[in-house]
Write a protein that binds this ligand. Structure first.
Ligand SMILES: *Cc1c(COP(=O)(O)O)cnc(C)c1O
Length: 359
């Protein structure tokens, strides 16, 4: 098929109806341009290049600390390898019952750690309850039970809420009290930073987080997540772990250069701010509609909605895309850097129309 035919075919698909996930969006211009800029000449492979060096330096500047940085292809690898590096096989990781590491990584954390068990606890709004966490830690101390070693929290959570700096600090203090480490799944970390309007350091290492898996793809990159070790000793031999897991890119510059494009001009925060404000607009338009209710406090770039099944079916039939298997069964509308206000208004109008017809 010629390039023109390919483009023509892909152009025929409307893009306005995508609220399924922020990874339905394309590559943002800043990431694309940075990748393009890295595409000149011969450059050393496996991360031994100036783009990778500059991306690492930029991350250290943004996080205001001399952390160890690694780039991997996706979030599952970032989380799994980070957790594996903090645990031995007989340890356990405590996370929320909705945590991506528990529900959406196909057992990769257990696989890469050779058997470390995930113990899940609940808590309202996608955030674990610290009393529950402590009960999970202290429930048993005998040799027959996997020893809790890491507390894993997701920021932004799976239901679009955000842990406050105080909540993260309290969680880390609890973990420390029991000799545990803290890992953060930051697939939507940027959305939390702009939601809270804080410095990235305030909700990571200054609040006791040892390792952050920082999301790139959902923020506007093609592929790639960064793993940041704030405690450098924990990063020992992490490079071997990445290589063995098939997560060491040989043409690393194309994974690392987009980070420069995202960070240097602040596009990562601009994208997140845009996505969050689209979600806020959607929330505002949906909350006036009879029969529709917003399920969780809308704090980042997603809106979870309880609606009659017939309305959801009518929306799907009209071509709207959204998930309904995350959290407790409502519809999830996720905004991205690419969402437009017009998309949001059109979606809200469709919800209003179908809700009226059902009554
Ligand atoms: C998307 C996502 C990830 C990463 O998923 P991959 O598909 O492996 O890149 C990790 N954590 C959360 C909370 C996510 O939403």
């Amino acid at each position: 098929m010629s390039m023109e035919t390919l483009l023509e075919k892909s152009d025929r698909k409307p893009t306005y109806n995508q609220f399924a996930s922020d990874n339905y969006a394309g590559i943002c211009p800043e990431a694309m341009q940075a990748m393009q800029a890295a595409n000149s000449g011969f450059v050393p492979s496996y991360g031994d290049d100036r783009w990778t060096e500059r991306a690492c330096a930029q991350l250290r500047q943004v996080f205001e600390t001399d952390c160890q940085v690694f780039f991997v292809f996706n979030g599952t690898a970032a989380n799994s390898l980070a957790l594996a590096s903090l645990c031995r096989s007989y340890h356990s990781v405590i996370c929320h019952e909705l945590a991506h590491v528990e529900t959406d990584e196909c057992g990769a954390p257990e696989f890469f750690s050779n058997g470390t068990k995930l113990l899940h606890v609940n808590g309202p709004g996608g955030k674990f309850d610290l009393g529950e966490v402590e009960r999970a830690i202290t429930r048993r101390s005998d040799i027959h039970y996997p020893r809790p070693k890491v507390l894993s929290l997701t920021q932004t959570t799976e239901v679009g809420t955000v842990y406050t700096p105080d909540e993260i600090r309290a969680a880390s203090e609890l973990a420390r009290r029991y000799g545990m480490r803290v890992q953060m799944d930051g697939a939507r970390f940027a959305n939390a930073v702009v939601s809270l309007d804080v410095a990235p350091a305030e909700i990571t290492w200054r609040a006791g987080v040892d390792v952050l898996c920082l999301g790139g793809a959902k923020n506007g990159m093609a592929v790639g997540e960064a793993v940041l070790f704030f405690d450098r000793e924990l990063a020992l031999e992490f490079d071997y772990r990445c290589k063995q897991a098939g997560q060491l890119a040989s043409k690393m510059r194309f994974i690392s250069a987009p980070w420069i494009g995202m960070l240097e001009g602040g596009a990562w925060l601009k994208n997140a701010r845009h996505a969050n404000s689209c979600a806020a607009l959607l929330e505002q338009h949906l909350s006036g509609i009879a029969g529709i209710s917003i399920m969780y406090p809308r704090q980042a770039n997603s809106v979870f909605v309880e609606m009659p099944e017939a309305v959801a079916a009518a929306l799907r039939a009209a071509g709207w895309n959204f998930y309904s298997f995350i959290g407790s069964g409502g519809a999830r509308f996720m905004c991205s850097w690419q969402t437009t206000e017009a998309d949001v208004i059109m979606l809200a109008d469709a919800v209003r129309l179908h809700s009226k017809q059902m009554r």
